[in-house]
Design a protein around this ligand. Structure first.
Ligand SMILES: Cc1cc2nc3c(=O)[nH]c(=O)nc-3n(C[C@H](O)[C@H](O)[C@H](O)COP(=O)(O)OP(=O)(O)OC[C@H]3O[C@@H](n4cnc5c(N)ncnc54)[C@H](O)[C@@H]3O)c2cc1C
Length: 367
């Protein structure tokens, strides 16, 4: 049996490079990764070949909870890592708890099985473990991949414990042979892949140079199984404005281009968004320091970041690099924020906030 090697600890959040294969590698003082990222982006835009047509002997299985039919960033990265590490005889299978509407072939999946009856409003991890163990008997699984994050991280640990498989948690780096995981404040553990891999943030790029087969398949029936020792109180909807910004999934942020602050707060409340702000808006006293996003404020990773009247200075962009969808509202179509944004609305912020508020009210009345 191989004994894990103890190596000097590195900060997993430290800048890293992307290898040509798309896996993240933590190194000091190199710009190679930026070139790697550019190459991968160029490859992302070109038409792509299918990674493998099979026949498949084994599987890399990725397990995740979906949210409103979408995969989270951690799951997308786990899927990409599973595909990058798979050889031609290894199928990449996605097991989704909940429906999945994402383009899973683009993320490297060959086969997708969804537990569409899964109800996320009830806490029943044991039922999920049972569902996975049913599937385990039907496939020759080489490795199980989970994002080491919230419900996916918990399920990965429970599944490893229930099935007696060795697991690596908080994997900071993975390559074809080994993983690096934090072992102590001073040392990391470098060891061969274990059967269950719980991947930390950013271990692989989702810009793959290939696609998977993306075939939908029938999943075993989901069976509800409340835990005898757990009293399930259901999901309590929290106040998004009392959430730490780093944990918020939807952030409405205001910059110097937002003068009507009460209107902005009304909009944020009605959208159920947490409130962020640029440094200028904070320095002006319109928002608190805890709401500042950017290099000297919070680094956020919301699924949606609505940036109203924010120019997109480099220090602000640093704080939103992990956000998935950025929507910019700005009167200046050439503001740097528009280059980062997935959608730009060239509009006065006050007019847009009024119109949006109206739409939200109408939507709520009709619901
Ligand atoms: C060391 C250092 C650290 C910093 N750290 C941070 C940080 O952590 N976070 C941060 O945010 N900044 C930070 N900054 C400041 C940063 O450089 C910018 O000055 C700041 O982000 C600009 O804020 P802003 O975009 O809100 O304001 P402005 O630069 O004034 O831009 C306002 C934007 O709103 C648009 N606009 C104007 N009126 C309207 C309207 N009616 N409707 C719609 N759009 C409108 C304008 O076109 C413009 O694009 C830092 C700077 C330094 C030097």
């Amino acid at each position: 049996m191989n004994t894990p090697a103890a190596v000097r600890r590195v900060d997993p959040r430290r800048p890293a490079i992307l290898t040509p294969q798309g896996l993240r590698r933590i190194v000091l003082g190199s710009t190679e990764g930026e070139r790697g990222a550019a190459r991968l982006q160029a490859a992302h835009d070109a038409p792509k070949a299918v990674r493998s047509q099979g026949p498949f002997k084994h599987a890399h299985v990725v397990v995740t909870h979906t949210e409103r039919g979408a995969l989270g960033d951690g799951a997308r990265q786990a899927l990409a890592a599973a595909a990058i590490l798979a050889d031609a005889a290894t199928e990449v299978v996605l097991l989704a708890l909940g429906p999945c509407k994402d383009d899973t072939a683009a993320l490297g999946a060959d086969r997708v099985l969804c537990a569409t009856d899964f109800d996320a409003s009830h806490y029943q991890p044991e039922a999920a473990v049972t569902w996975l163990r049913t599937l385990q008997t039907q496939m020759s699984v080489q490795h199980w991949f989970f994002a080491d994050h919230s419900a996916d991280g918990e399920l990965g640990r429970r599944f490893a414990a229930a099935s007696g498989l060795p697991a690596s948690c908080g994997v900071a780096e993975i390559n074809a042979r080994e993983t690096r995981t934090p072992a102590s404040p001073t040392h990391d553990r470098v060891q061969p892949h274990t059967a269950v891999l719980l991947l930390g943030k950013g271990t692989a790029s989702t810009h793959l140079p290939f696609v998977g087969l993306g075939l939908a398949a029938q999943a075993p029936a989901w069976v509800n199984a409340p835990h005898a020792q757990v009293e399930d109180l259901g999901v309590q909807v929290g106040d998004p404005q009392s959430l730490a910004l780093e944990e918020a999934d939807f952030i409405a942020a205001a910059g110097n281009g937002v003068q009507n602050v009460p209107l902005f707060h009304e909009l944020a409340r009605s959208l159920g968004a947490a409130v962020g702000a640029s440094r200028v808006a904070v320095d002006d006293g319109r928002f608190t320091r805890a709401q500042q996003v950017g290099a000297t404020g919070k680094t956020v990773s919301a699924s949606t970041y609505l940036a109203l009247g924010i120019s997109g200075a480099v220090q602000h962009l640093q704080g939103i690099k992990d956000c998935r969808h950025v929507i910019a509202v700005n009167t200046d179509a050439s503001a740097p924020m528009t280059k980062r944004a997935d959608l730009t609305l060239v509009e006065d912020s006050a007019a847009l906030m009024q119109a949006l508020l109206q739409l939200v009210r109408q939507g709520k009345e009709q619901a």
